[in-house]
Design a binder for this molecule. Structure first.
Ligand code: APR
Length: 173
């Protein structure tokens, strides 16, 4: 059952004991605030040094680096869409972020991966709309692929956690 392979937790993604964590980066991949800042702080300066070799990342795409001082072996950096009202393909681009990260994870034989709520902070994407997109994309990917054992959505605040939890319940009907 696919939903058994999806977990929603409230916490700090930099503490997750998983094979890979996903970073909600910006297109420069050179760090920032929010979860990007937290991941770089926890991983240490070698993360930025490797990111500097990646030559940016387009919105919706993803690139992988090692995790350095993080418990996670890998960091998959993705660039979410900036919310501009919803008529600029934001939903499609957010969905593509999840697919891009999972595709890379599968190719690196990653079994457990943790996602933050991409774009729902500085990028302003309403979490009520982002959560069903995130869960729907992950569910669809896991339905067709067995390789990834578990996807964990790590919500930093109670409000976002409840939103994701509600979306999962709606998915199970
Ligand atoms: N663990 C898990 N989630 C976190 C953490 C953390 N340690 N810190 C923040 N978050 C959550 C936020 O609460 C939000 O729900 O990550 C989600 C994404 O918020 P942002 O980090 O602001 O990312 P985003 O909205 O995608 O904006 C990206 O912000 O930090 C810059 O460099 C980044 O320019 C890029 C932009």
């Amino acid at each position: 059952m696919v939903l058994e392979r999806i977990k929603i937790v409230q916490g700090d993604i930099t503490k997750q004991q998983v094979d890979a964590i996903v970073n909600a980066a910006n297109s420069s991949l050179l760090g920032g605030g929010g979860v990007d800042g937290a991941i770089h702080r926890a991983a240490g300066p070698q993360l930025l040094a490797e990111c500097q070799t990646l030559n940016c990342c387009a919105t919706g795409e993803a690139k992988i680096t090692r995790g350095y001082n993080l418990p996670a072996k890998w960091v998959i950096h993705t660039v979410g869409p900036i919310w501009r009202g919803g008529d600029n393909r934001e939903e499609e681009l957010l969905a593509r972020c999840y697919r891009s990260c999972l595709t890379i994870a599968e190719s690196y034989e990653i079994k457990t991966i943790a996602f933050p709520a991409i774009s729902t902070g500085a990028y302003g994407f309403p979490v009520e709309r982002a959560a069903p997109i995130a869960l729907g994309e992950v569910k669809q990917f896991l339905e067709s692929k067995e390789a990834i054992a578990q996807v964990i959505f790590v919500c930093f605040g109670a409000d976002k956690y409840h939103c994701y939890d509600k979306s999962v319940k709606e998915m199970t009907g």
